[in-house]
Ligand binder design. Structure first.
Ligand code: ADP
Length: 154
């Protein structure tokens, strides 16, 4: 029996955007299971509660049984070990993303050899979307419907 191919897509998802959704859906055929890991970072102030961030993701992937959602505390490498995931997925929008992500991936690789980080380049139509800008728009009561899945804005 071969092991299940499990990937973790870690992030804050404050809130999930169409950019995140696209990366996850494109990766579904590659894995048996994708766990969207909602991390907790004590240095961050979140706009949405963990419950709401989780709920938005669960609703968005109601139609996709391979996608699961889980919260975690601590290091992503430890979470991966705990759930038997051998892959970390990250999306790349810009060269700035790349520089940031490269360092994290290399640190993770050094802490957990064999756990591979897979980068997926964003769809050009979605590469301008970021949770940070969505939060700014929300703060000023703007319309976010072009940037997030329906579960977030309905
Ligand atoms: P973090 O707080 O770890 O940066 P995010 O929730 O902002 O978490 O993002 C999670 C992952 O999704 C990261 O790999 C990020 O680069 C990627 N991502 C964010 N927005 C987009 C987008 N518009 N297109 C593709 N990937 C994206």
């Amino acid at each position: 029996m071969s092991a299940k191919r499990i990937a973790v897509f870690p992030g804050s998802f404050d809130p999930i955007t169409l950019g995140h959704e696209s990366i996850i859906r494109r990766c579904v055929p590659l894995f048996d299971e994708i766990v969207v890991g909602i991390g907790y970072n004590s240095n961050k102030n979140y706009y949405f509660s963990q419950d709401r961030r989780e709920h938005f993701i669960v609703r968005t992937f109601e139609d996709e049984p391979k996608v699961k959602v889980q919260r975690y505390n601590g290091l992503t490498v430890d979470f991966c070990k705990e759930i038997g995931a051998a892959f970390i997925l990250r999306g790349l929008r810009t060269s700035a993303d790349f520089e940031f992500e490269r360092a994290i991936a290399q640190m993770n690789q050094s802490m957990a050899p064999g756990l591979e980080t897979i980068f997926v380049v964003s769809d050009p139509a979605l590469s301008h979307i970021s949770s940070t800008i969505v939060r700014d728009i929300l703060y000023y009561q703007g319309d976010i419907s072009k940037f997030v899945p329906k579960a977030v804005h309905l």
